[in-house]
Design a protein around this ligand. Structure first.
Ligand SMILES: C[S@@+](CC[C@H](N)C(=O)[O-])C[C@H]1O[C@@H](n2cnc3c(N)ncnc32)[C@H](O)[C@@H]1O
Length: 213
């Protein structure tokens, strides 16, 4: 699966990439009331421009992406000096207040996530096959502190293909309800060509349960 993603970047088959900021992010981020200065985790970030928009809202961003090519394209398309260093087995590229960690999201652990307070997932969960989505939801919960908030954009589709994979409201509940409170924000329009329909969710990491030490 990881090889497939690297190959996609090599071949330029990146139809998921948008050349403008995602409208659901612009519409719903402020409603989460994430304080300025809080660092936002963007798992499976590709080279999304949404990360630049988040920095314009005064959030430092930490993106994690398998493909070095994606990261190189992102920084080349941006402004400003790039600093590169290694940390915890990842190659990190920093440009302004965006740091991009090159490697497997599942190898990024809580020790590296100390400053993360929020997250943004567009086309990360839905990029993963069913068996990996449970692991993703659990891993994400380990990285977000109690009270931390995030915006999640999922997708449903008429057929059974993927990626992007079909993730419906029941699955969002199944995956996240144990660790997050979930608010459904909006369903987008169904695209007449491919039958894809996006949905947007606000998640808030639950605190430790009463009596839990
Ligand atoms: C569908 S794309 C979405 C990218 C971005 N979120 C966007 O909205 O444009 C999924 C991305 O996740 C990356 N990826 C897949 N599996 C990964 C993993 N285990 N760790 C880090 N990145 C991964 C792929 O290389 C690809 O760039």
């Amino acid at each position: 699966m990881q090889e497939d993603w690297l190959k996609r970047w090599q071949d330029g088959r990146i139809g998921f990439h948008r050349d403008s900021v995602h409208p659901l992010l612009v519409q719903h981020w402020s409603g989460l009331q994430v304080p300025e200065g809080n660092k936002v985790l963007v798992p499976l970030c590709g080279k999304t421009l949404d990360m630049r928009w988040l920095t314009e809202q005064h959030h430092p961003v930490l993106g994690i992406e398998l493909s070095e090519q994606a990261i190189e394209q992102f920084v080349a398309e941006g402004d400003g000096e790039v600093t590169r260093y290694r940390q915890a087995g990842f190659g990190v590229s920093r440009q302004g207040s965006i740091e991009l960690w090159c490697g497997d999201f599942f190898h990024f652990h809580i020790e590296q996530a100390a400053e993360i307070e929020a997250f943004y997932d567009r086309a990360a969960l839905i990029a993963l096959p069913e068996a990996t989505r449970q692991r993703y939801a659990f891993h994400l919960a380990q990285l977000i502190p109690p009270g931390g908030k995030g915006l999640l954009i999922t997708l449903t589709r008429r057929d059974a293909g993927g990626p992007p994979f079909h993730v419906d409201a029941d699955e969002v509940q199944r995956l996240f309800a144990a660790n997050f409170s979930i608010t459904h924000l909006e369903d987008g329009e169904c695209n007449a060509d491919d039958g894809f329909k996006e949905s947007c969710w606000a998640l808030e990491r639950r605190g430790p349960s009463p009596g839990h030490n």
